[in-house]
Design a protein around this ligand. Structure first.
Ligand code: CP
Length: 310
């Protein structure tokens, strides 16, 4: 069970029971957040955010979540830190640990970076996104958003659309959803769908319309132009024509289909503005759930640390 670990590095190693424990714990934190209330769980604890890549949602929602649990929060701006003078990742981590950090929330361009810190430090490490690998709290907030809206995960068909290859969000979604009994479908250009993905129990559709017809949830992925070393589709115009979620394409979908996007949204590329703002999208709810899920993760890690210490 994840609660035996001091860190949250990914969803691959969590089991169904861990995921269910998290899902069952979120609502009181969401209620607390909505009432603008605070809990005292992390009073006297220090949470450090260490982001080597830009972020709006994840970094800010971790900060809000930690503050709602009464923690002290320190945000490291990498461009203004000694990292630019060549300080190593482990030395940076050890420096923060010596200063009394209890949690380090790290985002890095390289897959596996949070694991390296976790192996070398006693402080709890939470992965806020590492390369193409995982983005576990995004996977959890997506899972919770589906659970909240659909009242179940088991048996649902969840379609991930677009740039699956570069998406750590897609990887964390796949691990969590398949463990919880959902059927994961993916649709995108063959160059943006990892080879052998079917071996993870995922069904691939190169024709988006066929997949949209049968899906209960559409999770539209951002096209990650910044991670593409070469042009992986002939033109934006062709991508839009084959894979953009449009109002017309949505007429093929089930009437109660749930539309999600992890953000940031490339309006007019993977989704039209009209669809991004439609009533059956959960994009704003995902942001609120992100705070509640991150409060839950911090609280569960803290409780298990206390249990292990006693
Ligand atoms: N979804 C997500 O990770 O957004 P940010 O890059 O803004 O944190």
């Amino acid at each position: 069970m994840f609660l035996k670990f001091k860190d949250l590095l990914g969803l691959e190693h969590l089991d169904k029971k861990d995921l269910q424990t998290i899902l069952d714990s979120v609502k009181p934190f969401k209620d607390l957040f909505k009432k603008s209330d605070k809990a005292s769980t992390l009073r006297g604890k220090t949470v450090v955010t260490l982001f080597y890549e830009p972020s709006t949602r994840t970094r800010t929602s971790f900060e809000i979540a930690a503050k709602r649990l009464s923690a002290d929060v320190v945000n490291i701006t990498v461009s203004n830190s000694s990292i630019v003078k060549g300080e190593s990742l482990i030395d940076t981590g050890k420096t923060l640990e010596a200063m009394g950090a209890d949690y380090i929330i790290i985002r890095h361009t390289l897959a596996g970076t949070p694991d390296i810190l976790a192996k070398n430090l006693n402080v709890s490490i939470i992965n806020a996104g590492d390369g193409f690998h995982e983005h576990p709290t995004q996977g959890l907030l997506d899972l919770y958003t589906i659970y909240e809206r659909k009242k179940r995960i088991e048996g649902l068909k969840v379609l991930l659309v677009g740039d699956v290859l570069h998406s750590r969000v897609a990887k964390s979604n796949m691990w969590a959803l398949t463990k919880m009994g959902a059927e994961v479908l993916v649709s995108g250009p063959s160059t943006l769908v990892p080879a052998g993905i079917e071996n993870l129990g995922v069904k691939v559709f190169y024709n988006l319309d066929e997949a949209v017809k049968i899906a209960d949830v559409l999770n539209i992925l951002r096209v990650q132009f910044e991670r593409q070393q070469e042009n992986l589709f002939p033109s934006i115009r062709e991508y839009i024509s084959l894979y953009q979620l449009t109002k017309e394409r949505l007429t093929l979908a089930k009437s109660d289909v749930l539309i999600m996007h992890p953000g940031p949204v490339n309006r007019g590329i993977e989704i039209t503005s009209e669809v991004a703002d439609a009533p059956n999208t959960a994009i704003n709810e995902q942001i609120i759930n992100g705070i509640a899920v991150r409060m839950t993760v911090l609280c569960l890690l803290e409780l298990i640390k206390r249990e292990n210490a006693s």
